[in-house]
Structures are given as C-alpha cells and as structure tokens.
Design a protein around this ligand. Structure first.
Ligand code: CAA
Length: 391
C-alpha cells in the first residue's frame, strides 16, 4: 500500500476547510490550495478556531497540541506548486463537471506518479471527471458530508478505470480521518453512478419537493409552513434549513446533472431557478428560503401548510434504493440505511420499506401520474419485495 504523508486540499470553501481540518487531526501534512487567498484565510481561521476549541476540551489526539498540528499546514494559490510532492489530493471545488475535469487533469499531470486524485464531488460520476486525464487509474471519489468534521460518512467511489490500489488507499485514508461525533462509516460504492449511494437515493425526492415549492409559491404559502409540512421530524435540521445550508446553487447544478444523466424528470423547479438567479443561495449568501444574517435560522414549525404527504418521500427514496440495488451500486439495503444515517443523521427508508413496500408501490403509481413524472414509477424490486432478501 502506498504511504500517504502529504495531502493537498484543492478548494477550501465550505467543504474543503472541514476536510482539511480532519486531515490535520489525522496527522498528515496538509496543503490548503484555493485560487482565492481570502477563501484560504477563512479556512485557516475556521481550522484554528476548531483546533483551539478541541485543545481546550482536551479532545486533541494524545500528546498533540493545536500549534504542532497547525505547523503541519501550508497554503498556496498555485495549483501546480501545491501538488508537486503530493501523495493524495482531495478536490472540493465548484460542482461543475468541466471545472473538475480540468483540475483533475492538471493535478494528474503535475503530481508524482503515485499520487491519488480523490474528488469530493457530491454527484458527478468519477468516470466523467477522470475522462481525458493521463492516469484515470489513480482517480477515485471521496464523498464527505457537510460539515465533514461532524458527519460520519465518507463514500469511496470507484470510477470505471480506478485501480484496486487507488480504492484501497482511499478507504485507508478515509478510515484514518477522525470524526468529532461517532465512528466513521466508509463504504465502497461498487458501481459509478450519479449521486453514488446517499445523494442518489435522496435525489428523486427533489422532484416532489420542487413540485411542492412551486405549488406553495403559487399559493403564497409561507416557507415556514411548507417546512413544517415537508420536514422529517427525526431529522436534525428542518428540510428548508438544510437546503439553505447545502446551498441552492449546489442543488441547481446537481438537478441539471441528474436531468442529463438520470432522467429529464429532474428538470429544476421555478423557485429553485429563481433563487439562484437572485443570489439567494442560502447560508453562504445570508439569504435562501430563510435569512441567515443572525446565524442558523430557527423556523417556527408549529403551523403546517397541509400540502405534503410524508410517506411519498419515503416511498420515492425506497424505490431509488431498490433501483441502485438492481444496478449493483451496493449489495445490501442495510448499507443504504447505514450510509444515510451516517451522512444525514436521519434513518434511511429501506427498513420501513421491508414492511410497507406494497403501500409504497401503490403511492408511487398514484404520484407518478399526478406529477406527470414517470421516473417515480415503482421498480420491480420494490413491487415484488424481493429486495428484502438482499441484506
Ligand atoms: N472543530 C471543532 N469543534 C467543532 C467543529 C470543528 N470544525 N464543528 C463543530 N464543533 C463543535 C461545536 O463547537 C460544538 O461544541 P460544543 O458542544 O462544545 O458547543 C459541537 O462540535 C457540536 O457542534 P454544533 O453545535 O454545531 O452541532 P449541532 O448539535 O448543532 O449539530 C449538525 C450540527 C451535525 C450539522 C446537525 O445539525 C446535523 O446533523 N445536521 C444535518 C447535516 C446534514 O444533513 N449534512 C449533510 C448535508 S448533505 C451533504 O453534505 C451531501 C452533499 O453532497 C452536499
């Protein structure tokens, strides 16, 4: 197995800074690279604050001091300089295929032969990112969940040309990264596909939620009431707070990507498109569904709009879970539930589907007609309940 000492994080915005922090906590030498110096400074102050807090709480790894860990951190705005001695690069730049493909190619061309390029894309196929680069066997996916220091899941994804060695190194690095809350869960995604496991299973839910947002917008229903309707009571953040937290631009780019790769039924809704045009991207711009100027919003969810059927979301997710089982993305419905719990902190749909699959399939027939979206039709594995045997 190749030894990894030097890790470079390319793109240290919302996701990259958290990834950099956990790499430092694991003891690696870490270079922070971004094209904007201001973003690097923000990332450094986030990391310093986080490490100092852990030091005060006595939660740093044994015998380590915040200052010693920070001494292992370097920064640069020059990509080529950043990667020339790198063993492992994690890319967390904008969620656009062209940009990721170019960065992948530049890094593979300018880093040592053994260097692994891991993309933290949240949805784009790794095979597409690696296309045209000199060593696609060294390219893998390494999908963290936001915030990376607190969310346990890291999906390790094999592109069509990724070598076994690159995958094994990816899993080894992933498992070495501490999580501030619980143990890491680092599943292998066995087949490259848009969205991998968690985002793929949750993806078609956006067909229904975009329908709800547009309906609420037409009827002038306040977002808090829609949020009260749409949120899973078991989730740690309400759905609209989470949507703002992730970023409406990220949602739009992903919806466009799913539209191209999965089905035209993923066409983004009117509200989503308008939010992005108006720069109402959520937390990062201070306004999305909610205003973030005073920190994380705490919406009053006591009044419901009465326009959402919660079981439809679970049915859509369970159906997509069955679809990826059919495709061979993973082998067991338990992996799907475990990954969703580790990446989103709410229960996955599959266990409840083992009891409710007939009702879910009927509901999907009804809603695929109602919304005019054939992608929502139940797949064979759900209708027959045969997925239950795939433990
Ligand atoms: N370094 C050190 N300490 C840190 C830290 C850091 N980087 N980040 C947080 N902490 C500390 C905090 O200071 C806090 O310490 P105290 O308890 O001493 O005050 C503690 O850790 C807990 O932090 P928070 O108070 O912020 O945590 P919370 O209890 O409010 O939970 C949350 C926050 C984990 C984010 C929770 O709200 C949650 O699970 N939300 C859902 C998040 C989610 O779904 N993420 C996935 C998004 S989708 C995605 O990422 C996929 C994609 O592809 C886009």
């Amino acid at each position: 197995m190749g030894k990894v000492d030097d890790i470079v994080i390319v793109g240290v915005g919302a996701m990259g800074k958290g990834i950099a922090q956990v790499c430092l906590l694991a003891g690696y030498n870490v270079t922070l690279m971004d094209i904007e110096a201001k973003i690097i400074e923000n990332a450094i102050s986030y990391i310093e604050k986080g490490l100092n807090k852990l030091e005060k709480k006595g939660k740093l790894p044994e015998e380590m001091k915040s200052a010693d860990i920070l001494a292992k951190m370097k920064k640069t705005t020059n990509l080529i300089e950043a990667v020339q001695d790198a063993d492992f690069v994690i890319e967390a730049i904008i969620e656009k295929l062209d940009a990721k493909r170019k960065v992948c190619s530049d890094i593979i061309d300018n880093s040592p032969d053994h260097c692994i390029f891991a993309s933290n894309t949240s949805s784009i196929r790794i095979t597409d990112i690696a296309e045209g680069c000199g060593k696609p066997e060294n390219v893998i996916g390494m999908h963290f969940f936001n915030p990376a220091p607190l969310m346990r899941l890291i999906e390790i994804i094999a592109g069509e040309k990724s070598s076994k060695k690159a995958m094994n190194i990816g899993v080894e690095v992933g498992e070495s990264l501490p999580c501030l809350r619980g143990d890491r869960y680092v599943p292998r995604v066995l087949k490259d596909n848009p969205g991998f496991i968690v985002n793929r299973v949750l993806a078609p839910g956006r067909i229904y939620s975009d329908y709800i947002y547009d309906l609420a917008d037409e009827k002038g229903i306040p977002w808090e009431q829609v949020d009260a309707d749409i949120s899973d009571p078991a989730a740690p953040m309400s759905t609209l707070v989470l949507a703002d937290f992730v970023g409406r631009d990220v949602s739009l780019h992903t919806a466009e990507y799913y539209r191209e790769t999965l089905s035209s039924d993923f066409k983004p809704g009117k509200v989503l498109k308008r939010q992005v045009v108006e720069g109402k991207l959520g937390k990062k711009t201070g306004q999305g569904f909610y205003n973030w100027s005073k920190g994380r919003p705490e919406p009053d969810l006591s009044k419901k709009a009465g326009i959402v059927n919660q079981l439809v979301f679970k049915a859509i997710q369970a159906n997509e879970g069955c679809r990826i089982l059919e495709e061979g993305v993973c082998k067991s419905w338990k992996v799907i539930d475990e990954a969703i719990l580790a990446g989103m902190n709410f229960p996955g749909p599959m266990k409840s589907a083992t009891k409710n699959y007939r009702q879910m399939a009927e509901l999907l027939e009804e809603y695929s007609e109602k919304l005019g979206k054939s992608y929502l039709k139940p797949v064979e594995l759900l209708k027959s309940g045969k997925f239950i045997d795939m433990e």
